[in-house]
Design a protein around this ligand. Structure first.
Ligand code: ARG
Length: 466
């Protein structure tokens, strides 16, 4: 069988022009890495200026290169640039166009550089920019949450464990729990940004270069703290992208847990919150319905974001140093995670700020399920001197009694409570109301409104420099 026949029989049918077309299709990244055009041009401008400053190219050639690159940038931004799959990626598309514009001088730009350090640079610049945007979005989200928490520092709701009402808390306290999570996400962004603040440019293909380049100069021009220290690592490291995806995944997971709560809270059965019309949709068949689609989509998109993290970890795990073409697969996941996370953060910010809180429903639910049982036990320890285990036992019997009569423990007659333990006095009823229960949780970080207001003050002060 000839080669040609074998090809056609196996897979040739779909590709009229034979294996070259398939190779081009699998090899090309231009359809997605064109997103890097601005970073690529910025890197090339800095590189060419450094080459001229070090006498590696002439000032005249540098001027032509700069002019050409700036023209190309406008062509791309005006939608006039013709991207070609044959030219594989953004780096070669720009260089080929530069040659059309300024002739053979274009070829001098790639002195002391390789696409390997070029793409490592472009991606770092892109991820740095995206993380800076993420930090801004997180700060906006946190601000909205702090405002909501302040408005509801005294709004009592049930606190849950195992999704069973456990002890009364306040909605402000619950909201501030998310501020803590998003605050850690923000600090992860800052840490990652500090770590990725090193320029790989000038590492060339993998070993560095024999030209007398100045990597400190390009690092500075491109806004990096310093150049990377090992050329092999520089062209093969994608930690910065992994860190971005991991921050995105953790943040998305936080958003998703809250989204899940909003879905639950907005059911008629809970009725804790009502979504504004702008953040819900109706049903085409059931007129009574108001669906929490934005919350569901935030929850749903989380799987996609964390999938990108796993994808990138898996792509990298078997790669020997240094560059392999597998690494071209680092881009779509990062771009998609970034776009998805931006959207999720914006949606949660808008939805949460518009959220209507049904204080009455929350309060009612807070009192259900013997949620102040722990308060009774604590009272017995504090006021009657019982060991906690004994107090727990007495309380258990009080709960059983109330359950049997289908009433709350606060509704049990004093005489019946005294039959369980004769040290109990009228004073016990002060701790059995949900308001008093919440007010009594004054330990640092607890749910007492005063504590929540302290947490709010802490975050307001801290957010300015976060
Ligand atoms: N498009 C490539 C990528 O994104 C650029 C680097 C190509 N380097 C190479 N040695 N083939 O990874």
């Amino acid at each position: 069988m000839s080669d040609k026949k074998a090809r056609n029989a196996m897979w040739g049918g779909r590709f009229a022009s034979g294996p070259a077309a398939v190779m081009e299709a699998i090899n090309a990244s231009i359809s997605f890495d064109k997103k890097l055009y601005a970073q690529d041009i910025e890197g090339s401008l800095a590189h060419s200026k450094m080459l001229a400053a070090k006498g590696i190219i002439t000032a005249e050639d540098q001027r032509k290169i700069s002019e050409g690159l700036i023209t190309i940038r406008s062509e791309i931004e005006d939608g006039k640039f013709e991207f070609s799959t044959r030219l594989e990626d953004i780096h070669m598309n720009i260089e080929a166009r530069l040659a059309e514009l300024i002739g053979p001088t274009a070829g001098r730009l790639h002195t002391a550089r390789s696409r390997n350090d070029q793409v490592a640079l472009d991606m770092r610049l892109w991820v740095k920019q995206e993380l800076t945007r993420t930090a801004q979005a997180l700060k906006q989200l946190i601000t909205v949450f702090i405002d909501k928490a302040e408005a509801h520092a005294g709004t009592v709701m049930p606190g849950f464990t195992h999704m069973q009402a456990a002890q009364p808390v306040t909605f402000g306290h619950h909201t501030m729990a998310y501020v803590e999570m998003f605050g850690r996400d923000l600090s992860r962004v800052r840490d990652a940004l500090a770590r990725m603040d090193e320029s790989p440019l000038g590492s060339a293909a993998l070993a560095g270069t024999s030209f007398p380049i100045d990597r400190h100069m390009t690092a500075q021009a491109l806004g990096f703290r310093e150049p990377t220290r090992n050329s092999l690592d520089s062209v093969s490291d994608r930690d910065f992208a992994l860190e971005f995806l991991s921050i995105a995944s953790i943040t998305a997971t936080h958003l998703s847990r809250l989204a899940e709560e909003i879905v639950i809270w907005s059911t008629p059965q809970f009725g804790f919150v009502r979504l504004s019309d702008s953040w819900s949709t109706g049903s085409s068949i059931m007129p009574q319905k108001k669906n929490p689609d934005a919350a569901e989509l935030i929850r749903g998109k989380t799987g996609r974001v964390s999938g990108h993290l796993i994808g990138m970890l898996t792509m990298l795990k078997g790669l020997p140093l240094t560059y392999s073409k597998d690494m071209q697969e680092d881009k779509e996941s990062v771009f998609d995670a970034a776009e998805t996370l931006d959207l999720m953060l914006a949606a949660m910010t808008g939805m949460f700020s518009d959220l209507n809180i049904n204080e009455e429903a929350m309060r009612r639910a807070a009192g259900a399920g013997f949620s102040t049982a722990t308060d009774l036990a604590d009272w017995l320890v504090r006021e009657a001197g019982l060991p906690f285990r004994d107090a727990h036992h007495v309380t258990g019997r009080a709960v059983a009694m109330a359950e049997e009569r289908k009433i709350g423990i606060e509704e049990l007659p004093l005489a019946d409570l005294q039959a369980l333990n004769n040290a109990i006095t009228q004073d016990v009823f002060n701790v059995l109301s949900v308001e008093n229960s919440v007010k009594s949780r004054i330990s640092f970080g607890g749910t007492a409104p005063d504590q929540v207001l302290q947490q709010i003050a802490y975050w307001r002060a801290r957010l300015d420099n976060a």
